[in-house]
Ligand binder design. Structure first.
Ligand code: BT5
Length: 265
């Protein structure tokens, strides 16, 4: 098992901003919760909170993120972007794209993304992204993007109904979490600086989504719909063509390939 330590992470990191200030825990409730507190207290953009284990790792909509200690990358980044709040999904997009690129670069595995926030390997979930924001009126004050990635994790350590996988499971051997993290942070930084220069990532994101063009079942708090996932709009909402022909726009939900719906939750 490789050990996460600020000195080894900083050694060869080669970013200007991201991860230059590291707050590391052996075990913490949730790195997102800590990062939000630090952001409220004025922590610098690029600050990274990272942990070997979490006791209250969170997903979206009150769900949990599970990761046996020492097996995963569990980290949260603080951003202070010049963006309206309705564009916050752009941060989820760039981080998803960067993680996908890092996995491809370091392992050669053809990682994909799944709308809205999953990192996928061979059709199974290997990682998730949780973006939490604080705003001043229409504008973002700060955003915390939390990333959980199953790196060196035996798949049977997680409940079967998660339909999860990990990098080591797909590769057949362990990889260096520090090396993967460094590459990921470099890619996030490149994409973040493009975003700050006004390059909106939705086109790249849509191209990386395995979801588009599939018939899916979409679960939302308002109900369940079936249809064809046709596109995403600029804000990252999914456009679903219902069987009735109506086009439905959804910002928050979970999408499951048809036939797998019952195993999902
Ligand atoms: C997510 O939520 O996928 C976002 C997960 C973000 C976790 C990171 S870890 C570092 C940072 N600090 C935090 O506290 N959180 C972030 P969602 O789309 O709601 O998916 C959650 C669902 O994924 C759960 O209900 C399970 O079904 C499944 N799940 C939980 N742990 C998993 C794992 N290790 N691998 C694959 N699936 C998992």
């Amino acid at each position: 098992m490789d050990i996460l330590a600020p000195t080894t992470i900083l050694d060869g990191l080669r970013t200007r901003l991201l991860g230059q200030h590291i707050v590391l825990y052996e075990t913490i409730g949730s790195t997102n919760a800590v990062a939000k507190t630090l952001a409220q207290q004025g922590a610098a953009e690029g600050t990274m909170v990272i942990a070997e284990g979490q006791t209250a790792g969170r997903g979206r909509l009150g769900r949990s993120w599970l990761a046996p200690r020492g097996t995963s990358l569990l980290f949260s980044l603080i951003f202070r972007p010049d963006l309206p709040i309705r564009r916050a999904q752009g941060l989820t997009m760039i981080c998803g794209l960067a993680i996908r690129e890092a996995i491809r670069e370091v392992t050669g595995l053809p990682a994909q993304l799944k709308w809205p926030n999953d990192v996928m390997l061979r059709g199974r979930k290997a990682g998730g992204i949780l973006t939490e924001v604080s705003s001043h009126g229409e504008d973002l004050d700060y955003a915390v993007v939390g990333i959980g990635l199953n790196v060196n994790l035996p798949v049977n350590a997680l409940p079967a109904e998660f339909r999860a996988t990990s990098i080591s499971h797909e590769l057949g051997h362990a990889v260096s979490r520090v090396g993967l993290l460094q590459v990921a942070l470099r890619h996030v930084e490149q994409r973040y600086s493009a975003l700050q220069d006004g390059k909106w990532p939705v086109k790249d994101w849509a191209a990386a989504l395995q979801t588009l063009g599939q018939r899916v079942e979409l679960h939302t708090e308002q109900g369940i719909w079936q249809g064809l996932a046709t596109a995403v709009d600029a804000e990252g909402a999914l456009l679903l063509r219902l069987d009735s022909g109506q086009l439905k726009r959804v910002l928050v939900g979970d999408i499951v390939p048809q036939g797998e719906a019952k195993q999902h939750r």
